[in-house]
Design a protein around this ligand. Structure first.
Ligand code: SAM
Length: 259
């Protein structure tokens, strides 16, 4: 497994930046309203809920690698569960057999999956030809100042995240069988209040994987040390990698992902 558990209730409460970005990404997905759409890494379901509003006659496969996130999503999506399939799976592994989806939405997830070639292959395998992939995740340079601070304050480890470039991602998509590919990076500097707001966010989201490697008694000191390095008016240097692509017909696969 390339997945980990999350503090899902806290994520649901503090994920305003991810919700804001996710809704902008959802706007890019053209829908007739009756499709079957995979939300790849649905988390606590805040973006999924808004996706369901766009699918009054459709269904959503809400997939995540964290049981706690899926439980939180089940609570949030309770009024719509007749139109939602909750799936516990690792996007780094071949996905469980499912009826092909018409589209895939994914927000703030891909950078947590180490092997993007495998990830995109697994997504392509569950899509119908002509289906759209609309996604955003952390891209090259994302949260660099926080990871630098974490390196200085911790064990010299800069985390498991895979922040890809637009060019490498475009090539990977083509190799995985996607066409009409567009990828680009944009900066999303995001201000936090120093103190509890910042430390809760660091603990729950950016440094979650770092903390998993440490004994619990070291968590507070580590998070405080990272927060202190970000100064009294912290602005996290988020960089988002945007992806638009269409699943090509089988047989139209490029030869290699390398430049
Ligand atoms: C930052 S949250 C984003 C959740 C939601 N898409 C949003 O925008 O609020 C990242 C999510 O990706 C999930 N995730 C990370 N790696 C994964 C993997 N390999 N397979 C499935 N889900 C994964 C996590 O469990 C978590 O729920």
């Amino acid at each position: 497994m390339t997945t980990r558990e999350w503090d899902a209730a806290t994520y649901d409460r503090i994920s305003a930046p991810q919700l804001r970005w996710g809704l902008a990404v959802l706007e890019r997905l053209a829908l007739a309203g009756d499709e079957r759409v995979l939300d790849a890494g649905c988390g606590s379901g805040r973006v999924t809920e808004r996706l369901l509003e766009r699918l009054p006659r459709g269904t959503v496969v809400a997939l995540d690698g964290s049981e706690a996130m899926l439980q939180e999503a089940a609570r949030r999506l309770a009024p719509h569960l007749s139109r939602v399939e909750l799936v516990h799976a690792d996007l780094g592994q071949p996905l469980p057999a499912m009826a092909p989806v018409d589209a895939i939405l994914s927000t703030a997830v891909f950078h947590w999956v180490p092997d993007h070639d495998a990830l995109l292959r697994h997504l392509a395998a569950v899509m119908r030809p002509g289906g759209r992939l609309v996604a955003q995740c952390g891209g090259a340079g994302n949260v660099a100042s926080v990871l630098r601070a974490a390196c200085e304050a911790g064990e010299g480890w800069d985390g498991p995240q895979h922040f890809a470039t637009a060019g490498a991602t475009r090539r990977r998509l083509e190799v995985a069988g996607f066409v009409e590919v567009e990828t680009w990076l944009h900066e999303e500097p995001t201000a936090f209040e120093a103190g509890e707001q910042l430390t809760t966010f660091l603990r729950t989201v950016i440094l979650g994987a770092h903390l998993e490697r440490m004994p619990p008694e070291r968590h507070d000191a580590f998070v405080q040390a990272v927060a202190a390095r970000l100064g009294p008016h912290p602005v996290v240097d988020y960089v988002r990698l945007n992806i638009l692509a269409t699943r090509g017909s089988p047989g139209r696969r490029a030869e290699s992902a390398e430049p």
